[in-house]
Design a protein around this ligand. Structure first.
Ligand code: ADP
Ligand code: MG
Ligand code: ZN
Length: 476
C-alpha cells in the first residue's frame, strides 16, 4: 500500500522587543543567569502583568504578512501546568480568541507553488531555562527567559513532505526576518518548531493518528526527523499495529525519534481567561497604520527582481530569501549595471566563501562596493574572469580594493595582439605534432592551443584575442 504523510507545524518565534511581554525586564539573550528578572516574571504573589504594546504590534505585522484575519478583540488565557522553569505554575498564552487566524503562505518547490494554510497566530510568554549537568545531582534554573515574548504560529495539516516542511520553515523565518521582528536563530532557540506527523493510505481523506516531534533545532534536523518518523509510522501500520498519539524527541546523535510522553489534550491544561489582563482591542486605524509600515516582503521582492533585473526564478528566489542578500545584490547591480553577473558572483564565489568561513553576508569580508569594482574590471576587459577569481580571493584575504590588487600584482589583461601573437607562435612551434593533426582536421585541438597560450601568459592574455589569433595563425 502506498502512504501519504500529513504534516502540520507549530512554530515558536521569539520577538525582538527590548523588554518582556508583561514587565519591563530586558528581553536580551545572553545575560548572566537570573539578572533580567522582577516580581512579575518571577511570578511573585500580588504582582500584576501589563501588556507590552510592541508585542501586539509585532504579532499584527506577522499576521498581515501571512494573510491572516486579525481579531478586533483577543484575550490572554492561563495555560496551567507544573514545571520548574515556570514559576507561576501557568503560562500566559492565548486560547480562545487568538490575535489572528485563517492565513496562508506560499512555498515554492522548483517551479511549483504551494499554499500552506495558517490556522492561528497567538501571543504568549516564554518559560525559563533548565540547565542540566551530568556531573551533579541537581539542575539549575535560569529565569531570564521567562516572560520573553513569543508568537506561536500553527499551520494547517497541509504539508505533504519533509522537504516542504523545510521550505515552509525557511519561508516563515525569512518573513519574520524581513519584518525585523525575530532574528530566526534556531541554534539559540529564538525560532523553534514542533512537527506533527501522521500518515494515511493514498487517496484516503481522513487523517491518521499523529505524533508530535520536539527538539528540532536546525532545518536539517526537522527534515531528517520527519523522514524518520514517516518511515517509522509506515513500518508500524504495515505490521498491522497502531500509532500511539504521543510526543517524541529527535535524537540527533542516534538519528532516531524516541517517545517522551503521552500527548496531553487541551483540557488537561485547564485554560481560562487571565483575570489580570484586559482584552486586546485592535481597531482598524491601528491595523491600517501597521499595514503602512510593512516593508517589501520576499515574494514581492522576488517578482520585482525578475521584472526589473531580468533574473531567472531560481536566481530571484535565492537572492530574496534573506533581505541582507537582496540588499547586497541590489547595491552591486546598481554599481555595475550587470545584474546577471552580480547574481552569479554572489550565488557562486561569495556564497562559497561565506560558507567556508561560516559567516553571514552582513559580515562578508568583501563589500558590495568591492565586488562591484571587480565586476567592472571584467566588463571593461581590464582583467579576465579567470584572473578575477584570484583577485576575489585576494580581496577576501587582504581587504584591499580590486584595482589596487590588480596593479600591485600586475594582473592587467593582455590584449595587445603583437604580444599575444609572439606567445602563440612559441606555443605552436613547441607542439608541432598537434599542429599537423589540427591541420589534418582535428579541429578540437584549438582548445589545447588556447590552454597553452593562457598558461604561458599566466592567465593574463585575453581569451577572446587568443582564440582569434590562434585561429588565423593555424589557418595559414
Ligand atoms: P496541540 O496544541 O495539541 O499540539 P493543535 O490542534 O493546535 O494541537 O494542532 C497542532 C498541529 O498539528 C497543527 O499544526 C495541525 O495542523 C497538526 N495536525 C493536527 N492533526 C494532524 C494529523 N492528523 N496529522 C498531522 N498533523 C496534524
Ligand atoms: Mg502542539
Ligand atoms: Zn520581569
Amino acid at each position: 500500500m502506498e502512504f501519504e504523510p500529513v504534516i502540520g507545524l507549530e512554530v515558536h518565534a521569539q520577538l525582538k522587543t527590548e523588554t518582556k511581554i508583561f514587565c519591563s525586564c530586558s528581553a536580551k539573550f545572553g545575560a548572566s543567569p537570573n539578572t533580567n528578572v522582577c516580581p512579575v516574571c518571577l511570578g511573585m504573589p500580588g504582582s500584576l502583568p501589563t501588556v507590552n504594546k510592541r508585542v501586539i504590534e509585532f504579532a499584527i505585522l506577522a499576521a498581515l504578512a501571512t494573510n491572516c484575519k486579525i481579531s478586533s478583540k483577543s484575550i490572554f488565557a492561563r495555560k496551567n501546568y507544573f514545571y520548574p522553569d515556570l514559576p507561576k505554575g501557568y503560562q500566559i498564552s492565548q486560547y480562545e480568541l487568538p490575535i489572528a487566524e485563517h492565513g496562508y503562505i506560499i512555498i515554492t518547490d522548483g517551479d511549483v507553488s504551494k499554499k500552506i494554510g495558517i490556522t492561528r497566530i497567538h501571543m504568549e510568554e516564554d518559560a525559563g531555562k533548565l540547565i542540566h549537568s551530568t556531573d551533579s545531582f541537581y539542575s539549575k534554573v535560569d529565569l531570564n527567559r521567562t516572560g520573553v515574548p513569543l508568537i506561536e504560529i500553527v499551520s494547517e495539516p497541509d504539508i505533504r513532505s519533509a522537504e516542504d516542511a523545510g521550505a515552509y520553515l525557511r519561508k516563515f523565518r525569512s518573513i519574520l526576518r524581513y519584518l525585523n521582528i525575530c532574528d530566526g536563530n534556531m541554534e539559540e532557540g529564538s525560532f523553534r518548531c514542533d512537527a506533527n506527523i501522521s500518515i494515511r493510505p493514498k487517496g484516503v481523506e481522513s487523517f491518521g493518528t499523529r505524533t508530535e516531534l520536539k527538539n528540532l533545532n536546525s532545518f536539517r534536523y526537522v527534515e531528517n526527523a520527519i523522514n524518520y518518523e514517516i518511515d517509522r509510522q509506515i513500518d508500524i501500520i504495515s505490521e498491522g499495529k497502531q500509532i500511539i498519539q504521543e510526543t517524541r524527541l529527535w535524537d540527533s546523535d542516534k538519528k532516531i525519534t524516541i517517545s517522551m510522553r503521552g500527548k496531553e489534550d487541551a483540557h488537561d491544561y485547564r485554560y481560562f481567561p487571565d483575570p489580570d489582563i484586559l482584552p486586546v482591542i485592535a481597531d482598524d486605524l491601528w491595523i491600517e497604520e501597521l499595514k503602512a509600515k510593512l516593508p517589501e516582503l520576499c515574494d514581492d521582492k522576488k517578482d520585482r527582481f525578475i521584472f526589473e533585473y531580468k533574473l531567472s526564478q531560481y536566481d530571484a528566489d535565492f537572492l530574496t530569501n534573506e533581505k541582507e542578500i537582496a540588499d547586497y545584490f541590489e547595491e552591486c547591480a546598481k554599481l555595475t549595471n550587470e545584474p546577471k553577473q552580480s547574481a552569479n558572483w554572489i550565488m557562486g564565489e561569495l556564497t562559497a566563501l561565506l560558507n567556508t568561513k561560516k559567516i553571514g553576508i552582513t559580515n562578508s569580508p568583501i563589500s558590495p562596493k568591492q565586488l562591484a569594482e571587480l565586476i567592472n574590471l571584467i566588463t571593461k576587459k581590464v582583467i579576465s574572469s579567470k584572473i578575477a577569481k584570484q583577485v576575489f580571493a585576494q580581496i577576501a584575504e587582504t581587504g584591499k580594493n580590486p584595482k589596487q590588487i590588480v596593479e600591485e600584482k600586475k594582473l592587467i589583461q593582455v590584449s595587445d595582439e603583437s604580444v599575444i601573437a609572439a606567445i602563440a607562435k612559441e606555443a605552436l612551434s613547441e607542439n608541432s605534432k598537434e599542429v599537423s593533426d589540427y591541420k589534418a582536421g582535428k579541429k578540437k585541438l584549438l582548445g589545447f592551443f588556447v590552454g597553452q597560450v593562457m598558461k604561458k601568459s599566466k592567465g593574463k592574455a585575453s581569451p577572446h584575442a587568443v582564440n582569434k589569433i590562434l585561429t588565423s595563425m593555424l589557418a595559414d
